[in-house]
Write a protein that binds this ligand. Sequence first.
Ligand code: SF4
Length: 68
Amino acid sequence: MSVHSEAACKKCTYFDDHAANGQHADAEAGLCRFNPPVTQPEPDSHGLWPIVAKSDWCGHFETGTTVN
Ligand code: SF4
């Protein structure tokens, strides 16, 4: 079975369905925490976590790892 048929951000260790970068929360989306935040819109603002769809996936998809 290929990773394509099993992978989904909603099942990934690095998916966070918490808040969506301070914007209106989307029930079908969350944050990917695989990499550090990126792209600060303004010098004094926070970086942004990438927003991903629950049904999306990437080559870093992983399950079973505990992130503390
Ligand atoms: S983008 Fe990749 S690493 Fe991030 S939550 Fe989705 S599958 Fe996981």
